[in-house]
Design a protein around this ligand. Structure first.
Ligand SMILES: C[S@@+](CC[C@H](N)C(=O)[O-])C[C@H]1O[C@@H](n2cnc3c(N)ncnc32)[C@H](O)[C@@H]1O
Length: 178
């Protein structure tokens, strides 16, 4: 009985904490769909010079395959919400991706120097908040892949429609100024 109550308490606390972080960030830790994940991995460049940054890595749906795809690059998986962050940490213990850094930090404070590829699945409002920072700190021409949502104020290099009602498109951007 004590075990059942403990599980119930843990689930309740996890749920409340997750809801709180949804309010703070304005987005839930909903993962990229299988179709969009596969598409992003398919279109990812063969080689990336520098680190790969994921803005809000959720449960690691993209971060772990990216770490496998780019064993020679450091993957910086920023995630603010404690529950998905903890899940990624536990997942890391199982899969042990040495090049994957799971960081419980706000990506708006992430140093972007040395980043060669950015991946995100955020709402447009969240992307707009980080757009100016990307313009200031990333090298012009750096590839930014955004699942589902556009980045207000930037013109995409390409928009890939997917046969997926959940994640119907992926946007590809280059940091302006090249
Ligand atoms: C829609 S989920 C996408 C998860 C993952 N990128 C994927 O594609 O499966 C967006 C995630 O971004 C996180 N997030 C939102 N704003 C953040 C911020 N400022 N810093 C760190 N993480 C943030 C949320 O907590 C959420 O888990």
């Amino acid at each position: 009985m004590i075990f059942e109550y403990s599980v119930l308490a843990a689930v309740t606390v996890g749920f409340v904490v997750s809801m709180y972080y949804c309010l703070i960030t304005g987005i839930s830790p909903i993962p990229s769909s299988r179709i969009s994940t596969n598409h992003i991995l398919d279109i990812a460049p063969e080689q990336v010079i520098g680190d790969i940054l994921e803005l809000g890595a959720g449960w690691g749906t993209l971060a772990f395959p990216l770490a496998g795809l780019y064993p020679g690059n450091r993957i910086l998986a920023y995630e603010l919400s404690p529950v998905p962050w903890l899940f990624m940490k536990i997942r890391w213990l199982v899969y042990r991706r040495g090049n994957l850094d799971i960081l419980r930090r706000d990506f708006r404070n992430a140093p972007l120097e040395g980043v060669g590829l950015v991946v995100a699945y955020l709402h447009s409002e969240g992307l707009a908040k980080v757009r100016d920072k990307m313009e200031r700190e990333l090298k012009p021409g750096t590839l930014v892949v955004s699942n589902v949502f556009d980045i207000p104020g930037w013109t995409p290099e390409a928009k890939h429609g997917l046969d997926d009602s959940f994640c119907p498109q992926v946007y590809l951007y280059r940091v302006p100024g090249a």
